[in-house]
Ligand binder design. Structure first.
Ligand code: BG6
Length: 515
């Protein structure tokens, strides 16, 4: 059926959007502003309604006021909100619900049917669970019991990470959800897949004659993915101390970006074909055979007291809700191999950490040095060509090439050919959540993770976690505000490489359009 679907031209059908966890942080910061942006851009059908669901009692007016404030604070189109507000607000209702109370779900069903009649919505229901994952199973079950899935249209379940703690718990969670929802009804969010530049990787690769022919181990020396954050664990110490950087960022965002870089061209640009290729990359990841190998390829570290230049920063162990003797990693770096014909022998280096000096997400593809360059190579130490994809917060890309230094007879210097997307689109680049909610409403699964992707990523990550649990490999330290432990540099040095400076780092001398 999906054979000829073109999602770009597919209209969003009328639907009721249920936001479970409507009084929470995600709804406030991301979901309500995203729904408003979609409405403002005409991407939502006129026949839509949103029901906010949470335990807390709230009148309809109070709830609408919450939605208003959230858009005022976080929305991209906050400036014209007042003009649009009355028409927009009437689509919003609230239901106070204890998620264990089936009668509450039955009342929700009545409320839904009334709204569907009022807006002539054809029974399509999208359930967004902005809730702790422990609740996904019981909410799904009660939706079914309460008759919420008996509408005349489709049902879709949108869920947030973390999807499990390891393969075993993820499989259990999946099984619970599968008792109610089929795989094709489930939309697992990895918000990195909603980011413009992550989606752009596919286009950059497959739409440009000068990248795809070189996209292999004959021409690429290594790939580096950095996801650095300046924040610590904020008020999420309880969750984070249990999860750590590997589970919080590695199992999902980092491996997902790696699959976008490494996947084969799909047979068609359709969701399942693309996801098939991504899962093949995950299956090709070389598993670490022993704890020694993990220690050799993966560095973990935790931040100690430090400073960001203007402010003293506490050690991780002093953060709120963190065990003062915690051995949780706030940083990890790893050297991975994708064992297939395209990538055999090319290391993929990934690193992420909290309390690093800059917030940035960047992918660097380092090309091999030109072989046998007797003419220029003898006189000059030529730098390798780089393709740098800037994902976040700056969006864009540049290609680093060697060129003659202007005015000099023979000097060669690296220069950048850049495309600064942020400079063109500015703050109006659509938020990841806008794209993802829009896609889920249209039934496009491309940028959601399928169960086999999640499971394969867990089985890779579990080996590392298991080895750490057995206390194999040291937990290094790095001062808050620094670039992480020296051991992460050593990972590349033994292959003759180094981390390229990322945007905002002092040594980043590359020309990058700033305005
Ligand atoms: C989340 C992690 O998934 O991604 C957070 O749980 C992290 O710990 C966040 O801060 C980073 O997302 P972004 O879009 O700000 O880079």
């Amino acid at each position: 059926m999906a054979e000829n679907l073109n999602f770009d031209t597919l209209n969003t059908p009328g639907a009721v959007f249920f936001i479970f966890g409507a009084t929470g942080d995600l709804a406030k910061r991301k979901l309500f502003p995203a729904i408003y942006s979609l409405y403002r851009e005409g991407k939502l059908s006129e026949d839509f309604a949103v029901i906010g669901v949470a335990r807390r009692p709230r009148t309809q007016d109070e709830f609408r006021q919450d939605v208003y404030s959230s858009i005022q604070e976080f929305g991209r189109y906050r400036s014209d909100l007042n003009a649009e507000w009355d028409a927009f607000a009437q689509h919003f209702e609230y239901k106070s619900l204890d998620i264990n109370d089936i009668d509450g779900f039955r009342e929700l069903r009545e409320q839904t049917e009334q709204l569907e009649a009022k807006y002539e919505i054809p029974g399509n229901r999208l359930f967004y669970l902005a809730l702790a994952p422990e609740l996904f199973g019981s909410v799904s079950f009660n939706l079914m019991k309460g008759g919420m899935l008996d509408g005349a249209g489709w049902n879709r379940l949108v869920i947030e990470k973390p999807f499990g703690y390891d393969l075993e718990s993820a499989a259990k969670l999946n099984e619970e959800i599968n008792q109610v929802f089929k795989e094709e009804e489930i939309y697992r969010i990895d918000h990195y897949l909603g980011k413009e530049m992550v989606q752009n990787i596919e286009v950059i690769r497959f739409a440009n004659a000068f990248f795809e022919p070189l996209w292999n181990n004959k021409h690429i020396a290594n790939v580096q993915i950095t996801l650095s954050e300046t924040v610590g664990v904020e008020e999420r110490g309880g969750y984070y101390d249990h999860a750590g950087a590997l589970r919080d960022m590695g199992q999902n965002h980092m491996l997902q970006m790696l699959t976008m870089i490494a996947m084969e061209p799909p047979s068609r640009l359709l969701p399942e074909d693309i996801r098939d290729e991504k899962v093949k990359v995950l299956r090709s990841l070389r598993p670490y055979a022993s704890s020694e190998e993990v220690a050799d390829h993966v560095v973990r570290a935790q931040y100690t007291k430090g400073s960001n230049g203007s402010k003293e920063l506490p050690a991780y162990r002093e953060e709120d809700k963190v065990n003062p003797e915690s051995n949780t990693e706030t940083y990890f770096a790893a050297r991975l191999f994708v064992d297939n014909f395209r990538w055999a022998g090319v290391p993929f280096y990934i690193r992420t950490g909290k309390r690093l000096p800059v917030k940035t997400t960047e992918v660097v593809v380092e090309f091999k040095r030109m072989p046998g360059n007797v003419y220029l190579g003898q006189k000059h130490s030529l730098e390798p060509n780089l393709l740098v994809i800037r994902v976040n917060p700056m969006e864009g890309l540049y290609v680093k090439i060697n060129a003659k230094k202007p005015g000099s007879e023979s000097e060669i210097e690296p220069v950048a050919m850049d495309f600064c997307q942020s400079c063109l689109v500015g703050i109006n680049s659509p938020e990841a959540y806008e794209r993802l909610i829009h896609d889920a409403a249209r039934g496009d699964h491309t940028y959601f993770t399928r169960w086999d992707e999640v499971a394969t990523a867990w089985s890779f990550v579990d080996k590392i976690a298991q080895s750490w649990r057995d206390n194999q490999g040291p937990l290094e330290n790095y001062p808050a505000g620094s670039w992480g432990p020296q051991q992460a540099d050593a990972l590349l040095e033994k292959d003759g490489f180094h981390w390229w400076p990322v945007n905002g780092q002092d040594e980043d001398k590359v020309i990058w359009t700033k305005s």
